[in-house]
Design a protein around this ligand. Structure first.
Ligand code: SF4
Length: 354
């Protein structure tokens, strides 16, 4: 289903400018944007990816990854087609680097509402919906509509995004969200332009705006061997993030070759070094899925006592995690507050603290 696209400007003679993302595509009749899901049809820009599903699943919220947002709960993951960037290692390139076809399954507002109803009956730990897998914001009309449905049904709304969006759409989207995991793939604009098909400036500005707006924000940075693998660059990212808030969780997932990139997966010891460097600036730095001891655990920002243990996507509080009035948490050893949004799923067995 195609709907009229938001943030379009008619320029006369059928030509339209799309202001949704910093690419600012200029589209003549018949043209499609770089994201492949917005097309000029007879002088009107249409969002063709609306509701056409590339992927749907129910997953632990930790998998997205969100480690500080209602830990241990489940989320309904929705993915439409398309992306406004073109990372040469994309693991979801078969759905991100293409537009949507008429034959794809359609999940509109009513269908999502029915699905939430059914899932809540089956999965009592379902707490949120997350727009993920590709770049959700290129179908911002869908995100906005379905976010409203999810909130009506009592779910939180999360976004996994590259953050490459124009200022106005981003600021108008923020109030509809409860959390965002935003990729910050480096700080060098040349790397963003040459290998990722984006620009870093707008991403950094959008991260800062989200933090300033009080949104729950987590960050993902991918080290890519040979292209972005200098520990000093990860430390620079951590330093910049710490200037916004030292409690921002930073995730350093492992690179696996895909799409146009060959080579070996990122070495675990490289990720470990990067994590240690980032921990000089940030309280919470993780390597999702790592076999390294405690690489996914949450420690007290005050005294370093372990507060949450993670094994795969399973999360368990230690005996040192204390819940205080109002649903917030703190360290039982030194009483430092832990930046954790929402409650832990229960019941969860407590594990020995140290
Ligand atoms: S959202 Fe798509 S069509 Fe619009 S400016 Fe970005 S890449 Fe171009």
């Amino acid at each position: 289903m195609a709907v009229p696209a938001l943030y379009q400007e008619p320029l006369g003679e059928g030509v339209v400018r799309c202001h949704l993302c910093p690419h600012q595509c200029l589209l003549r009749p018949g043209d499609e944007g770089l994201c492949r899901v917005r097309r000029n049809v007879d002088g009107v820009l249409l969002a063709e990816g609306y509701g056409r599903m590339a992927a749907v699943s129910v997953e632990p919220v930790e998998k997205k990854p969100f480690y500080h947002f209602h830990p241990g709960t489940w989320t309904l993951s929705l993915g439409t087609f398309g992306c406004n960037m073109s990372c040469n290692y994309c693991q979801n390139w078969t759905i991100s680097q293409r537009g949507s076809g008429e034959g794809e399954p359609f999940l509109g507002r009513q269908e999502v509402e029915a699905q939430i109803q059914e899932l809540k009956a089956r999965q009592p730990l379902l707490r949120s919906i997350v727009f993920t897998f590709t770049e959700p914001t290129v179908s911002i009309e869908y995100v906005r509509d379905v976010a409203a449905v999810a909130r009506e049904k009592g779910l939180f709304v999360l976004l996994k995004t590259n953050g490459f969006l124009s200022r106005q759409p981003w600021e108008e989207l923020l109030p509809l969200l409860d959390g965002a995991n935003i990729d910050l793939k480096g700080l060098r604009d040349e790397y963003y332009v040459r290998q990722l098909g984006g620009r870093v400036g707008p991403v950094m500005e959008n991260i800062a705006r989200a933090v300033e707006a009080g949104l729950h924000v987590e960050i993902t940075t991918l080290l890519v061997p040979g292209d972005f693998d200098r520990v000093e660059e990860v430390e620079a990212i951590a330093r910049w993030l710490a200037g916004l808030n030292r409690d921002l969780p930073l995730h350093l997932p492992r690179f696996y070759p895909d799409f146009q990139r060959g080579g070996a997966p990122a070495p675990w010891n490289l990720l470990d070094e990067a994590r240690k460097a980032a921990q000089e600036h940030l309280h919470h730095v993780y390597i999702p899925g790592s076999p390294l001891p405690a690489a996914g655990d949450t420690f007290c920002p005050g005294c370093g006592t372990p507060l949450l243990r993670r094994r795969g996507f399973r999360v368990e509080p230690t005996t040192f995690l204390e819940e205080v009035a109002g649903g917030s948490y703190r360290c039982g050893a030194c009483h430092a507050p832990l930046a954790l949004k929402g409650s832990l799923a229960s019941p969860i067995a407590r594990t020995p603290g140290l």
